[in-house]
Design a protein around this ligand. Structure first.
Ligand code: FES
Length: 616
């Protein structure tokens, strides 16, 4: 097969690829992260590029996405177009994966810092004729009887030199009760760990100074597994159906952890080998893939994970380049689709200890819901889909620069754009606002139907004029082509509204189903906690107006930021919290919503775009 050169603008990257390679793969070979939320299935339309030269013929899937005019200009879906000769590809900014707003604060909690890693400074007597103990015995005697000697050769090999070069003033590094390193001088303060929240969309790393518990640096990036599919289902499919699927997904996240650890260490001005431990949370699929465990049982009924308990493994065995003896602690999962991240949310918010009826909702790519009342703790995950992360919405995008994140409709449509740039899409909080405003203005019925211009009541002409009909049906223009980046208008279509209804219906119905488990209803909620980035940024008023969350008093709703990440930090900083996480995972009752009685009726009711429960 012939090799052809493909060059990319504006980055200037180029690669020699085999005939038949997709432009998406060629971009990947050049390190150009093209957005591909559908995993290259040709369904999302997000990987649009302009190609010239040797590319094959346009596919039917592409005709559904582009107009004839756009096709004539060379617009192609990078995942569908294949190289058949030397090609030049222009990548618009809107097709690149971008960093986005991530909740990194979370709730703060007071804890006693008692990490699994300890460093103890020692002043050892030098050997004499009267005291001819072996070097290692000298160290072990000073550390006391509860410490286990090194289990690997590496600390021992350097020991004689370390002791003598430092005049027998050294520091013993312990992970748990095992001596893993002997360092020259007093390095007791140079002890770090990293708490990591492996989200389906984003990976966040908190570099923590272990003796004090302080966060020394935070780094985050998109989960690079996104190139293989936006949601958990797509990645599960890839992991179980492709021969190298699990390995590729594992590498994507492990490489990310290495990058984040290096970035955080650099920001804090510390050496990577002073990081001794990593604590990880993530959903069940993410924790499996992080450990390189093929999640076969999660891919089909009866949906069983390969493991549920906490896992402790050597960082080096996973390919994580920190201290050579460092370990990784993975917080336990609750069930097949409710993972360690939910344990983290419970740990951080302490709802397992709280009084009253508390509901915690984490609206990420997967929507997890926890209900706590007294001793009862129930958790479920909803098949909400990634609509609020911008996927499956025509103009949808993540909460990054160029995303409309707030919308108001008065005399005309006004909006706020993240990053002070022209709009190029709509993120989850913008979607929730837009829906609430459109229903309020009578543009959309509570059943979710986008009205035609002649059906709407009295409305300012500027607003009415944004309702347009084209081949695909009705759509509402939020940002006009002339105001938008890339000259593409930001619109909300009837189909998008349906997607948002399905997502919000699943979340609301999930909340009500979980409340029923404890014999309660939405009116009984004492505290409603919104976790995750989305929970931080949405307008609560709009979320209540469209029935995404129950209509409870504003004062009872709290945004708790990245509570899962805070949970990972707690597991890193305190052995007691780690044990508590393990007890929580045992205690929580996992509810499979599809088996919950009446769920589908509740789901149908919850599709209505109005405050719920509907008291009218
Ligand atoms: S259409 Fe190409 S990645 Fe989705």
């Amino acid at each position: 097969m012939a090799l052809f050169s493909v060059s990319f603008a504006p980055s200037g990257g180029s690669a020699e690829v085999l005939e038949g390679t997709t432009l998406l793969e060629a971009a990947g070979a050049c390190g150009i992260p093209l957005h591909s939320p559908c995993g290259g299935q040709g369904r999302c339309g997000k990987c649009a590029v302009q190609a010239a030269g040797g590319v094959d013929e346009v596919k039917p899937l592409e005709r559904a996405v582009f107009t004839e005019e756009e096709l004539a200009q060379g617009w192609r879906l990078a995942c569908q177009a294949r190289v058949v000769g030397a090609a030049q590809v222009a990548v618009p900014e809107s097709s690149l994966m971008v960093e986005h707003h991530i909740a990194v604060e979370g709730i703060e909690r007071e804890i006693t810092v008692e990490p699994n890693v300890r460093k103890i400074a020692l002043r050892l007597p030098a050997p004499t004729n009267e005291d001819p103990r072996a070097d290692l015995d000298r160290v072990m005697d000073a550390l006391g009887g509860d410490v286990r000697p090194p289990q690997r050769l590496h600390p021992l090999q350097a020991l004689p030199q370390v002791l003598r070069s430092s005049e027998f003033k050294v520091t013993g590094a312990l992970i748990g009760d095992t001596l893993v390193g002997i360092e020259p001088g007093d390095t007791s303060d140079a002890a770090y760990g990293v708490a990591i929240d492996v989200g389906t969309t984003t990976v966040v790393a908190y570099l923590c100074h272990l003796p004090s518990g302080e966060v020394a640096a935070v780094a985050s990036e998109l989960n690079h597994q996104s190139q293989y599919g936006e949601d958990v289902i797509a990645r599960l499919q890839m992991a179980v159906s492709e021969p190298e699927g699990t390995a590729l997904l594992e590498a994507a996240v492990v490489d990310g952890v290495n990058r984040l650890a290096a970035r955080a260490a650099e920001a804090a001005g510390i050496a990577l080998d002073s990081i001794y431990e990593i604590a990880v949370v993530g959903n069940t699929c993410m924790t499996h893939l992080f450990l390189g465990v093929t999640p076969t049982g999660l891919a089909s009924v009866p949906f069983v994970p390969a493991f549920q308990e906490a896992q402790t493994v050597r960082a080096a065995a996973l390919g994580i380049a920190i201290h050579p003896e460092a370990v990784v602690y993975v917080v336990p999962n609750i069930g097949s689709f409710v993972g360690a991240d939910t344990v983290g949310v419970i740990l951080a918010s302490e709802i397992d200890r709280g009084d009253g009826l508390v509901v915690a909702v984490d609206i990420g790519t997967n929507g997890e819901i926890v209900v706590a009342r007294g001793e009862d703790l129930y958790a479920c995950s909803t098949a909400a889909g990634p609509a609020f992360e911008g996927a499956r919405i025509g103009s949808g995008m993540r909460a990054a620069a160029g995303a409309i994140d707030q919308v108001a409709i008065n005399n005309d449509v006004s909006y706020h754009v993240l990053g002070d740039v022209p709009p190029r899409g709509l993120c989850g909080s913008g979607l929730v606002d837009a829906l609430a405003e459109m229903v309020g203005a009578g543009l959309v019925t509570v059943q979710g139907r986008l009205r035609r211009p002649e059906e709407v009541g009295p409305l300012p002409e500027k607003v009415r004029g944004r309702l347009i009909e084209n081949e695909g049906g009705m759509e509402f223009v939020l940002a006009r082509a002339e105001d938008a980046a890339d000259g593409r208008p930001v619109v909300l279509t009837a189909r998008d509204i349906r997607q948002a209804q399905l997502a919000k219906g699943a979340i609301y119905a999930g909340i009500v189903s979980m409340l029923e488990e404890v014999g309660a209803g939405p009116g009984d909620i004492d505290r409603l906690l919104l976790a995750g980035a989305f929970g931080n940024y949405i307008s609560r008023e709009s979320a209540v107006a469209i029935g995404l969350i129950p209509a409870v008093d504003e004062g009872r709703i709290e945004s708790v930021g990245n509570a899962a990440g805070v949970g990972a930090r707690l597991a890193l900083l305190s052995v007691a919290e780690r044990r508590r996480a393990e007890r929580i995972a045992q205690r929580v009752q996992h509810v499979e919503l599809s088996e919950s009685e009446g769920f589908y009726d509740r789901f149908a009711d919850a599709m209505m775009l109005r405050p719920l429960p509907d008291e009218g």
